[in-house]
Design a protein. Structure first.
Length: 93
């Protein structure tokens, strides 16, 4: 396969292209895992504070479906939130 650049032409064999794709996939997976490990896990109280609302208001917004249930996560009986998901929701709103 030939890829064109503004100054040079690069030719890859099928195997080289496959290897390049595998390396890119591995790098993307590593970066995603790194970001997830840095993602802050919030309690319900912390999530409400992050959103600058009261805990009762947070509950009401879930009940009224103003907040998607996908933002809530459970581990056993514990409810928690990911800060990055709350941030993304705010950006999309």
């Amino acid at each position: 396969m030939t890829l064109f650049s503004s100054q040079a032409i690069y030719q890859f064999t099928g195997e080289q292209l496959k290897q390049l794709i595998d390396e890119v996939k591995a790098t993307v997976i590593q970066e995603m895992n790194r970001k997830q490990s840095l993602d802050k896990v919030l309690t319900k109280q912390e999530a409400a504070a992050y959103l600058r609302i009261h805990v009762t208001t947070l509950d009401e917004r879930f009940r009224e479906r103003k907040l998607p249930t996908s933002l809530r996560h459970y581990n056993g009986g514990s409810l928690y939130f990911y800060q990055s998901e709350l941030e993304n929701f705010i950006k999309r709103s």
